[in-house]
Write a protein that binds this ligand. Structure first.
Ligand code: NOJ
Length: 751
């Protein structure tokens, strides 16, 4: 049937498809289905299933042709449901074995309705919120026909120079585990194939977050200790939570490129963790095994990544070109090919694509940005903001303010409010800070201007997909006039809000930095604003901690809002006015200067541990703000820590602490528990996060808050035995509101 005749039928069929609740398909059923299909498939068809083609770089004719011939198993970057239905229809009616396609997309922090960036979600310290956010993203994406999210990114990052720190959950393995599992559940739902849910893909396996110097794609050299005890832990949690797919990283890990790294992809992932899904390479990562100097050329690259355990190749087509000959020569055995294809077919089957391949266009229309979706991302943005400073309770804003200046390059920029990796979001329906404040404070005279422009200068990776807003490049004279104009507006106001930070294309992929300063002339603008003597509130919009050491001393109120998403401006307006109370906590240590990085709280105790002046003579080695830190408009006390005196290696430690809201506003607080193992077969970190809980307390309310730590949580991978150990002995326990918690007890782990 020709495509032209198919389309009207297709549209009708799609519009009337009923999304019946599909019952879960078991692993065994899916395997049986895949095996029976494999028996009928030719080698070329099997290899076709391992091919993922880039929608944006494949012509319509090529895409149709690849699909008809069964030479492609998946496309990435298609977002138009009509086109997705067309291709799916070609696949299920014209390709040799009617095998439907997987459509993958970077659904990182929302699809159409954009939520706060993943680092911000981690700052909420609320895994349920993260699960909900990704479930909503899955629903929107699945309505467009996307059945596979390249998300969550679970790479631990200890270096804010690395641009992709914004895509993960920060520096801590325990928080990373909780966020990884929650996001996998959010994307995939209760079972694979659950209505409105899609496949998750944990990435970038593994260690991608530790490139030398924070330079994206640079080599990673990590000890086995760091890998097992820190960097791989969120992956393991994601796999345990049922993540269907994994993406291999670009860089080499300890000199073996991840995409050709059999230890990672097979020994750890499959043999140790029993992963049953499939691995996709990152973009052209198979081809780049030659660039790395691992492979001798295309055939070798295909062979090495295939035998390492990469099932599907993203975009470089070496599998399609090279695997048939490698099979013929015997370098790869037919059974290995079947093993690579089987989980792909099984997951397509479990998703229900063989029976229900099309997207319902009516549902797609209904799934556009709605009030409920807006509410949900606004709440997520409110829960993610971290109040870093609030001298003399400048925030929430006094109701008596008549004129407020809202100044800065990010104050009225929809695209920047969305943040990087929001390709399908629409800046036009994004609420900026200026818009949010206008709506919230209709009777206040708002004076707004940019003051300074910021531009990255270099092209960004997304330029061909979502062109960055081109700033109106002002002449030197106009630039000076704009700066003076901003300062003049501040002088005319009762208070000024400066919305500063990084444009969205300054963080994310290929967006690492060698400095952490406020780009452009924002620091000068901030200093000029403070020099007016007016009260200044700094709203920071960025995907990483920036160098705000000066601001931390001179600007009375600082609120980190990250990139807050579609409802960002409304969330910020609620936070500034007290309609919402900040409760976010830093998921990363905030350095004083770039020279301190990498800086993280869970380091080992070493020589003269307490004297920070022994580390640098020209800078403190203490952070500006510690991991887990965040203020509120109210105040809390944490007291009366009680805990069992000990636990056995199969038991649990029960602790309680009294938390009292001593201020005058109801608010949320995150209570965190840290431990330290005093002695063992290896040095253990000074503190390790073991449990946390977010509670809501009314003004004046006091509550006993329980926290539980299982003995199994105290296990670690020991370099002495090259295995996980649980070592009896004395441990310290601290409970409080940050990694500097002071309520302390000790307990004993016994056999
Ligand atoms: C490259 C990125 O590293 C990865 O995170 C992303 O999912 C793929 N490109 C597809 O866009």
């Amino acid at each position: 049937m020709r495509l032209q005749t198919v389309l009207p039928i297709l549209a009708l069929a799609a519009a009337t498809t009923l999304y019946a609740q599909q019952a879960p398909i078991t692993d065994a059923q899916a395997k049986q289905f895949a095996d029976s299909l494999l028996e009928k498939m030719t080698t070329a068809e099997k290899v076709g299933q391992l091919e993922q083609a880039a929608g944006q770089y494949t012509s319509r004719e090529q895409a149709d042709d690849l699909t008809v011939k069964g030479q492609v198993g998946s496309f990435l970057f298609f977002t138009d449901p009509v086109r997705i239905n067309e291709l799916q229809h070609i696949a299920v009616t014209q390709s040799p074995h009617h095998i439907p396609l997987l459509f993958g997309y970077d659904v990182i922090h929302g699809f159409r309705t954009i939520g706060p960036i993943p680092l911000a979600l981690a700052a909420s310290w609320d895994p349920t919120l993260a699960e909900h956010a990704q479930a909503m993203a899955a629903r929107e994406a699945s309505a467009a026909g996307i059945n596979w999210a390249f998300s969550p990114m679970v790479d631990i990052a200890r270096d804010p120079r690395w641009g992709r720190i914004m895509e993960g959950a920060g520096e801590d393995p325990y928080l990373g585990e909780q966020m990884a599992a929650a996001q996998v559940h959010g994307f995939q739902g209760p079972y694979i194939g659950a209505p409105d849910h899609i496949l998750a893909c944990v990435k970038h396996f593994g260690g991608y977050g530790a490139p030398f110097g924070g330079r994206d794609y640079d080599s990673v050299d990590l000890s086995e200790d760091a890998l097992h005890n820190v960097y791989l832990r969120p992956y393991h949690a994601a796999i345990a939570a049922g993540a269907a797919t994994v993406m291999s990283a670009y860089m080499d890990l300890n000199s073996v490129p991840a995409t050709g790294n059999r230890w990672l992809m097979t020994d750890v992932l499959r043999d140790q963790w029993s992963f049953k899904g499939f691995v996709v390479s990152d973009w052209e990562a198979v081809k780049s095994l030659t660039t790395h100097g691992l492979a001798q050329g295309p055939a070798d690259a295909a062979a090495r990544s295939f035998t390492a355990g990469i099932n599907m190749e993203m975009t470089s087509s070496l599998y399609r070109e090279q695997l048939p000959a490698l099979l013929q020569s015997g370098a790869i055995k037919p059974a290995q090919l079947d093993d690579a294809v089987r989980p792909i077919l099984a997951l397509k089957y479990r998703l229900g694509l063989f029976t229900n391949p099309y997207v319902d266009l009516d549902r797609y229309k209904a799934e556009q940005v709605s009030t409920a979706q807006r509410e949900s991302v606004r709440r997520a943005a409110e829960q993610s903001a971290v109040l870093l400073r609030n001298q003399d309770s400048l925030l929430p804003l006094s109701k008596s303010l008549k004129t407020i200046a809202v100044i800065g390059p990010l104050g009225d920029s929809g695209v920047d409010t969305l943040g990087s990796w929001s390709l399908h979001g629409n800046p036009a329906d994004t609420i900026t800070v200026v818009e949010g404040l206008r709506a919230k404070l209709p009777n206040v005279n708002l004076l707004t201007t940019k003051g300074v422009e910021i531009t990255r200068g270099q092209p960004s990776i997304f330029d061909d997909q979502a062109p960055e807003p081109k700033p109106t490049l002002l002449t030197d004279q106009a630039r000076a006039a704009e700066f003076d104009h901003a300062v003049a507006l501040i002088r005319q106001s009762d208070l000024a809000i400066l919305v500063l930070g990084e444009a969205q294309n300054m963080s994310g992929e290929r967006a690492s930095r060698a400095t952490l300063t406020l780009p452009g002339r924002q620091q000068q603008l901030l200093e000029a604003a403070v020099a007016t003597g007016k009260p200044i509130v700094l709203i920071l919009m960025a995907g990483r901690p920036l160098d705000i050491t000066w601001a931390a001393e001179h600007v009375p109120a600082i609120l980190e809002v990250w990139y807050p998403g579609t409802e960002g401006g409304n969330a910020v307006a609620n936070l500034l006015t007290g309609a919402a109370v900040p409760s976010g906590k830093l998921p990363i240590t905030w350095p004083r200067s770039v020279g301190q990085v990498p800086l993280f709280y869970n380091t080992n105790l070493t020589q003269i541990p307490e004297a920070s002046a022994t580390r640098y003579w020209d800078e403190s080695s203490a952070p500006l703000y510690p991991f887990g830190f965040g203020l509120s408009y109210t105040s809390f006390t944490v007291s009366d820590l009680h805990a069992d005196p000990g636990l056995t290696t199969t038991g649990k430690l029960h602790a309680t602490v009294r938390v009292t809201n001593t201020g005058s506003m109801a608010a949320d607080e995150v209570i965190q528990a840290y431990t330290h193992q005093r002695a063992g077969s290896a040095s253990r970190p000074v503190r390790e996060l073991r449990a946390f809980t977010k509670i809501h307390l009314a003004a004046g309310e006091s509550r006993q808050v329980p926290l539980t730590i299982s003995a199994s949580d105290l296990r670690y991978w020991s370099p002495a035995t090259h295995a996980e150990v649980l070592e009896p002995g004395i441990f310290d326990l601290w409970v409080g509101d940050s990694s500097e918690a002071t309520e302390h007890l000790q307990f004993t782990l016994t056999q």
